[in-house]
Design a protein around this ligand. Structure first.
Ligand SMILES: Cc1ncc(C[n+]2csc(CCOP(=O)(O)OP(=O)(O)O)c2C)c(N)n1
Ligand code: SF4
Length: 285
């Protein structure tokens, strides 16, 4: 286990002052402290983007991958060592654009991974192009007349693809996000937390104020996260009111790793290396 201070690196984040990424980083550290997580058994994997720089600034193991490929890297790491706590960090471009195929397959496989997507509805690192979650009509560097495309909804996609824990949070509500990350870590299966975050430099529409006027918590309503139909209805709500919290949770579905006989008892990395590979080679002939 590590304290908040011990998880804090000497290097300081290079995010723009006021970026929502700071709140997500702080919430993740708070969750790891609360969970008494061992930094040496914690692996944070990301793709490419402002958000994906996060593993540089938290003192656990980390892997800053390539654009859109955080989930395949995490899948390999997880199946090699199922004892690790694996947190994957993406942006909306990284995870829902170039990485969309991997996202859907990770959901259906129910990999035991926590997937945190920093959703600022824009490409931040590359300076303000439209992303898959950019709202219709939004003017960006690539849509100077306003986007003509409808945004995707990551939550309904995740639920229909088979994810067993689907939540949305806001980067500025660190206690709420911390609690959702803890619940996601405790959940045996694929857990998506889509985190709405301001990009103060390139998204001048979905600002802090915009969110604060609209967000409300599902926990303050009668919402039942085991009700899949209701979860879909709530996930589609985006306008004057935008819900955050746990939309959907399914228990009892086997994790991918439960059905791989070679690793159900002992993690692959803890198994002896088979010195005699002749039977293996003969099996391939
Ligand atoms: C294969 C590939 N295509 C495109 C890029 C350029 N690129 C880097 S980050 C990025 C998008 C960043 O947006 P997002 O994932 O939403 O993260 P943010 O920077 O907003 O946190 C793009 C298109 C790249 N690095 N690699
Ligand atoms: S460009 Fe946007 S997302 Fe990137 S660090 Fe700056 S405010 Fe954050």
């Amino acid at each position: 286990m590590a304290t908040f201070q011990q998880l804090t690196t000497k290097a300081l984040p290079t995010w723009c002052p006021g970026c929502g990424d700071f709140g997500i980083l702080a919430s993740l550290k708070l969750a790891l402290v609360e969970k008494k997580s061992d930094p040496e058994q914690t692996l944070i994997i990301s793709g490419i983007g402002c958000s994906s720089k996060l593993p540089h600034w938290i003192d656990t193991y980390g892997f800053h991958g390539i654009h859109g490929r955080a989930l395949p890297i995490a899948t390999g790491a997880h199946l090699s060592n199922t004892d690790l706590t694996i947190i994957v960090i993406s942006g909306d471009g990284d995870g829902y654009g170039i990485g969309m195929g991997h996202f859907i397959h990770a959901c259906r496989r129910n990999l035991d991974i926590v997937y945190i997507v920093h959703n600022n509805q824009i490409y931040g690192l590359t300076k303000g192009q439209a992303s898959p979650t950019t709202e219709k009509g939004e003017k960006t560097k690539t849509t100077p007349e306003g986007s003509i495309e409808s945004p995707i909804d990551p939550l309904t996609l995740a639920i229909s693809a088979g994810a067993t824990f689907v939540a949305r949070a806001f980067s500025d509500d660190q206690k709420h996000l911390r609690d959702l990350i803890i619940a996601a870590m405790d959940h045996p299966g694929f857990a998506l937390i889509d985190v709405l975050q301001p990009c103060v430099t390139f998204n001048h529409h979905n600002t802090r104020e915009w969110f604060k006027q609209r967000l409300y918590k599902l926990e303050d309503t009668e919402h039942d996260p085991t009700d899949k139909t209701r979860a879909f209805t709530k996930a589609l709500e985006w306008g004057d009111k935008v819900p955050v919290g746990l939309f959907y949770k399914e228990t009892g579905k086997p994790r991918y790793s439960d059905d791989v006989p070679q690793i159900t008892k002992t993690a692959l990395v803890k198994q002896p290396i088979q010195p005699n590979i002749t039977p293996l080679m003969e099996g391939l002939v």
